[in-house]
Design a binder for this molecule. Sequence first.
Ligand code: PLP
Length: 428
Amino acid sequence: MPSSRRTFLKTSALALPGLTAFGRTHAAVGKAERIQLPAFNGSDDEAYWDAIRRLYALADTRVYMNTGGLGPVSYQVLERFREVTTDLQTRSETGHQLIEEAREPVATFLGAKPSEIAFIRNATEGNATIASGIGLKKGDEIIIDASAHPGGAIPWLNQLKARGIAIKTFEPYAESSEVILDRIASLITPKTKVVQVSHITAPTGILLPVQQIAELAHAHNCWFHIDGAQSAGIMPIHLGNLGCDSYATSGHKWLGAMHGTGVLYIREERLDEIVPTEVGAYSDAAYSLPSTFEYISTARRHESGTRNAPLVDSVRNACAFLDLIGMQRVRDRGLELSDALRIGLETLPDIEIISPRNADLRASMLTFRSSMLSFKDLNDRLASEHDFRLRIVTEQDLNAIRVSLHIFNTKAQVDSLVDAVREVLSKG
Ligand SMILES: Cc1ncc(COP(=O)(O)O)c(C=O)c1O
């Protein structure tokens, strides 16, 4: 990203520019204006990460390690959301210009062009927009990872029901990228129209080699869609470089935007290949009854009607907040925490870690199980006796526990989780 763009994002986090668009200045915008990051002395600088932790609107009453399910917002995002909502409600205006003002910074954060992104409610909506808009017909085949979340799988199952497509799955757990690519390649036939993968799988946090999968899919003239619900905000993303045709993500997980936010990306050259599912005001370049309707030339054609502009604005602010820290730093920290957890859990008897060890295939989620205690009992007791919020993994009968580690988690929390697992297992 050009440095001028980065500077813009950083400034936007501090100065909250959208408010002046209303011709009003807010004397008090709360903690957002006071963000002062301490000096950074390496990814194991706990003082730095403690300071980051205090910027999050997350109660200390329990240890939250479920960002893969839902991520907390920073005060910066929350207070700005309150401000903007109050401002719009007290004037009874939509604030739709905030949506347009968010487009460039959010696109830039994701390595896309503003014309390539649509603001949506969640990742599921983006996946469904691609599945229903790509125009599949009976007998067409799609390939998807067997770990797909319901939000990634059900939109295609709906196409199976409605249009008679066939779905083939591949197992994403593997010791190397080559094995994953071979599995996908072995499923491709002349009928294959789409390859979709989770960028990072929800059950065990496998980071899939999407650039190579893009090449493979395109070599066979397949559309390549990424379900990125678990990847935006956990690692640097440059959609232009990933090679995908489309990508959908949630705002309310690793990005730390308000609930009910997401982004759909469609590569500019391929925009016309996806027929929008829902259209209305704002989707059009021109319309008139009884017979004229032209889509707007950009991905905004997938947005329609009155929107909650402060929600979209929160995506912009969440990106700006993460950008202040820097996404490579975010990724390094997440991996460091998950390594610490792995090392700690490996000292305990009868623990099996299901997430990949291979550096290229892992993210900051770690899934484990114990042969001594059922995953449900272990999770319940970690919650009730030690105040941990984790997530059970029933998908693919894994019967395990997933730990999501983000920048507001600390080494001390990781150590205390290992201690808590040890204690629960020793009591039996
Ligand atoms: C890979 C994946 N896809 C889709 C979803 C659904 O996300 P949303 O609720 O934002 O639609 C999730 C949620 O956990 C997920 O992990």
